[in-house]
Design a protein around this ligand. Structure first.
Ligand SMILES: NC(=O)c1ccc[n+]([C@@H]2O[C@H](COP(=O)([O-])OP(=O)(O)OC[C@H]3O[C@@H](n4cnc5c(N)ncnc54)[C@H](O)[C@@H]3O)[C@@H](O)[C@H]2O)c1
Length: 322
């Protein structure tokens, strides 16, 4: 099958690309390498089944790349992913996440492709949930609190309107806090990657606030399974589904679990809570089971062990700095 993956040189996108290659598909990657890394695609590019088009999702070259690739399925992961940047520069956020998604959907339809699997965000499209409602399902009424969440929800809505108007088959995956190999330890969001990197550099871990804030941590291989199911499953079109574990884990619990896996680690340091951070979230993923036949396989201990093994190896190979 011919596929196209936007954001394919990033953390999650490159894992999707590796799986598509392993399953025997052709892949065109669209990525401007703004946060992604060519090295993430080293094995995939060596397979001879992957082409990297270094273009801006929201730029004028996109339509030509999609037309040339003639994909049967598009996996859309390219995005401005930084919540704080969305607050300081909402125009850039909307340009990439909303206009870029519209441009991609139009180009896909023009190239004869209907199925588009979109990386939405379970951590932001609902806003701050009422703790008594956790884990929340997809019917939870949204009270979106930042431009990134607005852009992800708007992109979902545009895709739904293209389904009505033009027969697009969108599948929106509302991802929890994804972690695993290749996550950027220098980014804002990847707390597992940041903690691994700090431990390996023998530096103290900083926890913002009291560490009792919770997230739904989901391992990247499980997320890749969800993208594959979204691209293949006959019942998937139109779905907007949570992809997480349903389990709430506090930052303190996460750090303790990671220290358990590593076998060492100093007591954390604490810094003031960052404004605008969610207090608690967990995602009910029953709907993904019903419409995609999907359920997470890795529990936190398993996923952390695999992430730690990768980070340890990457630091020792010199590809991730401290
Ligand atoms: N990591 C998470 O926990 C998480 C949670 C919810 C949703 N998501 C979504 O999953 C997707 C992948 O996130 P990730 O964590 O792998 O981040 P990432 O930064 O590793 O990947 C994003 C990719 O998009 C590319 N990109 C950014 N702007 C672009 C543009 N204008 N044109 C072309 N390419 C561009 C980047 O170079 C990068 O390769 C994003 O859509 C993100 O919003 C991630």
């Amino acid at each position: 099958m011919r596929t196209l993956v936007t954001g394919g040189s990033g953390f999650i996108g490159s894992a999707v690309v590796d799986r598509l290659v392993a399953d025997g598909h052709q892949v065109t990657v669209v990525d401007d390498l703004s946060t992604g890394r060519r090295e993430n695609l080293a094995d995939a590019l060596a397979s001879g089944r992957v082409e990297l088009a270094e273009v801006d999702l929201a730029g004028p070259e996109l339509a030509g790349v999609v037309a040339g690739a003639r994909p049967e399925v598009v996996y859309h992961l390219a995005a401005q992913i930084d919540v704080r940047r969305s607050v300081s520069d909402p125009l850039h956020d909307a340009r990439v996440n909303v206009l870029g998604t519209i441009a991609l959907a139009k180009a896909a339809l023009e190239a004869g492709c209907r199925r588009l699997v979109f990386a939405s965000s379970g951590g932001t499209v609902y806003g701050e949930p009422d703790p008594s409602a956790l884990p929340i399902d997809e019917r939870y009424p949204p009270r979106v609190t930042n431009p990134y969440g607005v852009s992800k929800r708007s992109a979902e809505d545009y895709l739904a309107s293209f389904a009505e108007l033009h027969g697009l088959e969108p599948v929106s995956l509302r991802l929890g806090n994804v972690y695993g190999p290749r996550q950027d330890p220098h980014g804002e969001a990847g707390v597992v990657a940041i903690f691994c990197n700090r431990l390996l550099a023998d530096e103290p871990v900083t926890i913002f606030g009291d560490g009792r804030q919770t997230r739904d941590y989901v391992f990247v291989d499980d997320v890749v399974d969800a993208f594959v199911a979204g691209g293949e499953h006959p019942d998937a079109p139109g779905a907007r589904v949570n992809i997480g574990t349903g389990v709430e884990t506090s930052v303190l619990e996460l750090y303790d679990a990671l220290r358990g896996v590593a076998g060492f680690g100093a007591e954390p340091e604490f810094a003031p809570a960052r404004p605008g951070e969610l207090a608690r979230i967990a995602l009910d993923c029953g709907e993904a089971g019903r419409v995609l036949g999907w359920a997470p396989k890795a529990d936190l201990a398993d996923g952390l062990a695999r992430t730690w093994a990768w980070a340890f190896q990457a630091v020792n190979a010199g590809s991730v700095g401290g």
